[in-house]
Design a protein around this ligand. Sequence first.
Ligand code: HEM
Length: 493
Amino acid sequence: KRSRKASRVPIVRPPTPSFGPLTSYRDALSFIEHAPAMINRGYELHPNAVFRVARMWYWEYVACGTRLVKEIGGLPENVVSFTEGVEEIVQSRITMGHEVIDNPYHLAVVRTTLTRNLHARFPDVRDEIVCGFDEIVGLRTEWKSVYVLPTIMDIVARVSNRLFVGLPLCRNKAYLDNNVQYTIDVMASSKNIGLLPPFLRPMLGPLITKRNKSFDTAMRLLGPVVAERMRQEDEYGPDWSGKPNDLISWILEIAHGDNRTVEGIVMRILAVNMAAIHTTSMAFTHMLYSLASFEPAKYLLPMRAEVEAVIADEGWSKAALGNMHLIDSFLRESQRMHGNGPVGMTRRVVARDGVTLSDGTYLPHGAFICVAAMPAHVDDANYENAKEFDGFRFARERDAQIAKEEAEPSVEKHALGRQMITTAPDHLPFGTGKHACPGRFFAATELKAMLAHLVLNYDVKAVVDGVRPPDEVYGIRINPNTRGQVLLRKRVE
Ligand code: HEM
């Protein structure tokens, strides 16, 4: 009876003829190429409902519309599991290790301590951005063509690790390369492991991933630093003077008993690197391709003027970033137009009896449910001229709201409602609800400080005027072009 109820959910198929009993397998292969178009079609046909698409080994249910997105974001872990959803997408137990996934005590640090320390650690983050750009991009007055993604990954790895492990390790090339390579390997190997039937994954998956090699390198380079910190704590107590204010110390504060091992802590720092480097680098790369494709007068010069004015008034600080509305808006708009992919917030139904959503849709135990993210981002019902890139739309909205709130004190206060870190059912680059990205406060600080530094110090243009290197699509993953370039030079005026 339950399976009959689940099969009432409409199917969206690719534009290929059916293939008898093998249709769903063939559709699943087509999905790899046509995912964005199929999700868009499903959203058009079922804007406030659930539809499903065939994946290689299961049906993927896709929820559309504000009400259902909110509902899914709020469902508890014992009904729909975030962890099991991530497991399917990045094959995390194989690519990252089951210890990290089944005992993720380090997440509490990302949710609280890391974010709380962003003000205090901002000068270091800023210092690393300046050194990182100087050393990796350079400051020459003639145009230089730069491969964007690898360059930005190197800078993001370095800046993130200034906060995670501090100097001098955050500038150690072998350590940084290992983190970047690990991030790339997790994404690449999970793609291949996901094509295997689930019963073969535990057997063949470990042969595909290079996790052990990355872990051994991390143990060699980071292990001694963690061991020395543990020794210092044992000798001088938990609050020894001179204790670095970084991720190693924050994790040690909560790692007790069996969790307090060098291996366990190194593995978790590697996992946080993985969550931070890939996503942040993708976001900056997308943004830079867009910035380069417009005339400087449209976006670059107004943002430069804003940064100059704010810095002249307040100097460089996290609070000053809060007053850079154009910078914030441009990044948010870039994430809206070039988010993580057509769908997001993948969860697996773990409630034994399945779950029935508020619209009556029944999802059986074991089903995968996600939300149509990109179609919501470009829906005219949610945004004016939604399909157009309008870099300053959120700054205009925010400034109008601030003016309104100042003029009428009784007006509901939501001027911050459209800033970069704010999630919404129509803005899902960081997800929304219970599992909304806890690293987004750091990511936003890092991205805004990097963009402010870039527009202040560099001129930017596309290799071919007005042209953005095309995105790379593989199923539900949309990445910025991995071989794309832009031209950079030291600013001339
Ligand atoms: C632009 C950069 C980033 C983007 C676009 C991004 C995006 C996301 C998304 C979409 C999710 C899942 C949300 C859901 O399914 O509901 C997530 C979760 C997560 N992110 Fe991020 N992220 C970014 C940066 C970071 C950084 C810098 C860190 C760490 C410092 C981080 C740590 C995490 C963690 C630990 C989770 C899992 C949360 C949980 O278990 O509840 N992210 N992120």
